[in-house]
Design a protein around this ligand. Structure first.
Ligand code: C5P
Ligand code: MG
Length: 289
């Protein structure tokens, strides 16, 4: 790679069109940090997929803690995960086919969670006790964006309250961060009674982008976008950007690697195969800012 970015020369980094990636990064560098925004998915993108051979929990799975839910609920949530997660990542089904099934999954899980009368004041404890983990290099990532006042839009189909607590406990919740996610609605006594707003799942991020992200004042006038995700559904997260100039998409391919490699290479500009770090995004951001 001609741009002093050894990170991009590693064999875990796949690119359909290396020259286009180079040109895009150069154009972003010329325009500078003031023209840039970063839009990122949360679960399995900013957080690790696995650690020491064990899966790292998503924000939904962090809620699997006796402080919050009972054994019966744990069992039911696991059954749903075992049914629907393979569908979510199935390379042989289209997003259109998956969409109604994802709505089903999220709706059922949120109903189960509401039945558990989860207490707001227990969430921080559950996050502390969980094995939630941001990707290696997260400090550099968050600090770099904060320092250069580049807005970071975290766009997650997970649970917003849990996601916020994870970044807070890692001491990287800076003022440049904006979050679109599924937020819990608590009653006056602090007990979960519903989820707020339109449900966000893996394959309807486009609607959230158009209805929420497009209205965020801090993101206006920043036509260059670095987009990061681990699902093909994440590619629509930048659809709310009004007049995009340069968009670079980075996809983490964590699971079902061989089955999904081709579609990821055809869909993301940069594909990172089983990379548990933020080294590549960090190298690109260091160059641009
Ligand atoms: O932040 P992100 O948009 O990635 O969050 C959604 C992820 O959470 C999905 O990829 C899905 O696999 C996972 N999920 C889960 N349990 C649920 C619903 C979604 O682990 N009940
Ligand atoms: Mg994800």
């Amino acid at each position: 790679f001609p741009m002093q970015m050894p990170e991009l020369a590693k064999c875990s980094v796949l690119m359909r069109e290396r020259s286009r990636v180079e040109e895009t990064i150069h154009a972003m560098q010329r325009a500078g940090a003031g023209s840039l925004q970063v839009i990122s998915d949360f679960d399995m993108t900013l957080t690790r997929f696995a650690h020491n051979g064990k899966r790292v929990p998503t924000t939904h799975n962090i809620l699997d803690n006796r402080l919050l839910i009972n054994e019966d609920c744990t069992r039911k949530m696991r059954e749903l995960l075992n049914t629907y997660y393979p569908i979510e990542i199935d390379a042989s089904r289209s997003a259109e086919e998956k969409l109604p099934l994802m709505v089903e999954w999220w709706t059922k899980v949120h109903e189960l969670l509401i039945e558990q009368k989860i207490r707001r004041d227990m969430l921080a404890h559950a996050v502390k006790e969980s094995s939630a983990m941001l990707r290696d290099g997260y400090k550099v990532f968050f600090e770099c964006l904060a320092e250069h006042q580049v807005p970071l839009l975290i766009f997650s189909a997970g649970v917003g309250d849990v996601l916020e607590e994870v970044i807070r406990q890692n001491h990287v919740f800076h003022p440049n961060i904006h979050i679109i996610s599924n937020y819990m609605d608590f009653d006056q006594t602090g007990v979960l009674q519903a989820f707020k707003g339109q449900l966000i799942h893996t394959f309807n991020k486009r609607e959230g982008a158009l209805s929420h992200a497009a209205g965020l004042r801090e993101l206006q006038g920043r036509p260059n976008v670095v987009l990061m995700g681990d699902s093909l559904g994440d590619l629509t997260m930048a659809d709310g950007v009004s007049e995009p100039q340069n968009v670079l998409t980075i996809g983490f391919l964590n699971d079902q690697v061989e089955e999904r490699k081709e579609s990821y290479i055809n869909s993301f500009d940069v594909v990172l195969v089983k990379d548990e770090t933020l080294d590549v995004p960090n190298a690109i951001l260091r160059y641009i800012t």
